[in-house]
Design a protein around this ligand. Structure first.
Ligand code: GAR
Length: 208
């Protein structure tokens, strides 16, 4: 069976992209990053891709809002399809996808989010967790559905929130876990081990 081809969408730094590429390189993930697409022309993620020899594309989002224009979304869909992508991984992609986009890759889009969903969906969530006063936060890898950060959960990792935490220190502690669980979630997807039952994602035994 041909290795899973992944299309990564990223808007910024690209450290989760680096973690995914690293896992592929080390042979921990039987998959290939086929293309990285960004809605930000100078996103570091595009440099990360190029340096790793992965095709990097900028697609003009044509809007400043949370959602891109329909034409921009269609361009991204076309680029992903052209490269026969079997999984779309959102890695710090700061745009909300339309239901048409989600339907085009039904249950084939994953996202990493820096909180323990369903707590703190949306943006700036490490700050929100600190301000709320929770004692644990963490990160979530989930399938993307039509909602914002609402899809079925694949893996979560918890970290403590310490009394002297700042947004930066908490974000760094969470990020370390992101880099661990995102490649692992993709590994499980690539191995066909994720069975979706309603909201629940059941992990099938290896080789089943
Ligand atoms: C990560 O913390 C990721 O969880 C978050 O943005 C950061 C991207 O970092 N994503 C979201 O907030 C999605 N709403 P990276 O570019 O270094 O991977």
């Amino acid at each position: 069976m041909a290795a899973l081809r992944i299309g990564v969408l990223a808007s910024g730094r690209g450290s989760n992209l680096e973690a995914i590429i690293g896992a592929v390189r080390r042979g921990e993930l039987d998959a290939e990053v086929a293309v990285v697409i960004s809605d930000v022309a100078d996103a570091r993620a595009l440099d990360v891709a190029r340096k790793a020899g992965v095709e990097a594309l900028y697609v003009d989002p044509e809007k400043k809002k949370a959602r891109m224009s329909a034409a921009a979304e269609q361009r991204i869909i076309d680029e992903l399809r052209k490269r026969d992508v079997g999984l779309v991984a959102l890695a710090g992609f700061m745009r909300i996808l339309s239901s048409e986009f989600v339907a085009a890759f039904k249950m084939r889009i994953l996202n990493i989010h820096p909180s323990l969903l369903p707590s703190f969906p949306g943006l700036g969530v490490q700050k929100k967790a600190l301000e709320y006063g929770v004692k644990f936060s963490g990160c979530t890898v989930h399938f993307v559905d039509e909602g914002v950060d609402t899809g079925p959960i694949i893996i979560q990792a918890a970290v403590p929130v310490l009394d002297d935490d700042t947004v930066e220190s908490l974000s760094a502690r969470i990020l370390e876990e992101e880099h661990r669980i995102y490649p692992e979630a993709i590994r499980r997807f690539a191995a066909g081990r994720l069975k979706i039952e309603g909201r629940r994602v059941i992990l099938l035994p290896e080789g089943a």
